[in-house]
Design a protein around this ligand. Structure first.
Ligand SMILES: NC(=O)c1ccc[n+]([C@@H]2O[C@H](COP(=O)([O-])OP(=O)(O)OC[C@H]3O[C@@H](n4cnc5c(N)ncnc54)[C@H](O)[C@@H]3O)[C@@H](O)[C@H]2O)c1
Ligand SMILES: [Fe+2]
Length: 389
């Protein structure tokens, strides 16, 4: 097998298991931290779990300030406000506790603590000059996989654009993957973030930049989602399923950050930026339509994924198996009660029509569609948005 050159960047340390959050203080001390900023959101603070983490940090003899003003689909404003809190606390370590929004906002706070900015300058690939202060990522959804990735996605509020920032300096120093934390997710959130995970696995596996290591991670991700997503959705307290999905999210993150995502993510970010549709949901509504478009570029790989997800039988030839992927993903959305794009309350048809050209341009500018098995033109992206409606 010819293996071309590639780089893998993943956290140097990742802890998995029920209750591993109790090791957060120990991990801070191992990193030499003495004053922590705990970054979270209002819900995680008001419902209790962030208080528990604060207690664990303080019990290790580490001072802990709290910043809880990260909104879903975090903005440059959230990052700037958090940076002020970081400076006021003179923090030397950041603990991010929440979903992908919290993790991403916290990542950029650590970076802006050590780099001039503005944040928009870092958009794209490998644009961050200096390492930030160390970050411990504790995900509570499963998930974006941000705890495993060198990626942050932040909304530029002036231009209504979700900036994709990829750089080795964004890899958390430690990921603490405690699946107990995800058990409070309601079924709809479980579904949206779980289909985001699935999309990471699929897009990494069919990416033009896939390598043998990302393939292994992507396949593990897809297999785990196939086995556990619907179980976690049906029974939030199914801890075996929660553990499986937490692992899938980590594996999917590690895979896509090193192999790239593709057209689904490229088209999904503009929908999030303009219409404030949750990231997982905007991926889920696009996934079947975009997969139909991408199939001809990687039918052997899509066939493998269809078999892994149980959409196709083992003995079926690649062309038949790959074609089953689209119907399989549509069925999965139906079973998880994911609505069609046109049925989302955030979207009004006229406003959507008026935005598709800008959204297509932003999708292309992110670079993700270049790694897709079939690379689209702006016109093709416009057609796909309309088909998904
Ligand atoms: N950095 C990356 O690698 C990467 C990858 C994919 C997506 N993203 C980004 O991540 C963001 C989305 O993150 P997300 O999907 O994890 O959701 P989120 O962080 O936006 O959270 C959504 C909601 O769920 C709540 N929540 C979080 N954990 C919960 C729990 N255990 N129980 C109940 N409610 C809970 C939050 O308080 C919030 O209200 C988007 O901005 C997306 O672009 C980043
Ligand atoms: Fe994603």
């Amino acid at each position: 097998m010819a293996v071309s050159e590639f780089t893998m960047q993943v956290p140097a340390q990742a802890l998995f298991g029920a209750g591993v959050r109790s090791q957060v203080g120990e991990q801070i001390r191992r990193l030499g931290g003495t004053r922590a900023l705990l970054v979270t959101d209002r819900f995680m603070l008001s419902s209790g779990p962030a208080e528990e983490i604060k207690g664990l940090i303080e019990a290790a003899g580490v001072a802990c300030a709290v910043f809880a003003d990260v909104q879903p689909d975090p903005t440059d404003v959230n990052v700037a406000t958090g940076l002020e809190a970081l400076r006021a606390a003179a923090a030397d370590v950041v603990v991010a506790f929440g979903g992908g929004s919290v993790l991403d906002a916290a990542k950029m706070m650590t970076i802006l603590a050590a780099n001039e900015g503005p944040l928009r300058e870092f958009r794209g690939y490998h644009r961050i000059p200096a390492a930030g202060i160390p970050l411990i990522a504790v995900p509570t959804t499963a998930g974006t996989g941000s705890e495993a990735t060198r990626v942050a996605v932040i909304t530029d509020t002036e231009r209504d654009e979700k900036l994709m920032i990829l750089d080795g300096h964004l890899v958390p120093a430690v990921a603490i993957v405690d699946f107990e934390l995800s058990a409070t997710m309601p079924p709809s959130l479980t579904a949206f973030v779980g289909v985001d995970t699935l999309t990471h696995g699929i897009e990494a596996y069919v990416s033009a930049l896939a390598n043998p290591l990302t393939d292994a991670l992507a396949l593990a991700c897809v297999r785990l989602v196939g086995e556990f997503l619907e179980r976690a959705w049906r029974d939030p307290g199914d801890m075996e399923a929660r553990a499986g999905m937490a692992m899938a999210a980590y594996a999917g993150g590690a895979a896509f950050a090193n192999a790239s995502v593709g057209l689904v993510h490229g088209m999904s970010r503009p929908i999030g930026a303009v219409f404030h549709v949750p990231h997982g949901l905007s991926n889920a509504v696009l996934l079947p339509t975009v997969t139909r478009f991408s199939l001809p570029g990687a039918s052997g790989r899509y066939a493998q994924l269809a078999r892994l997800l149980g959409f196709a039988a083992e003995g079926e030839d690649d062309a038949t198996a790959a074609a089953r992927m689209v119907a399989g993903l549509e069925d999965l959305n139906r079973r998880l009660e994911v609505p069609r794009l046109g049925a989302l309350e955030q979207l009004e048809e006229g406003a959507f029509e008026a935005s598709v050209a800008k959204m297509a341009a932003d999708a292309l500018a992110s670079g993700s569609p270049d790694r897709n098995p079939v690379v689209p033109t702006a016109e093709e992206i416009v057609v796909l948005y309309k088909e998904a409606w």
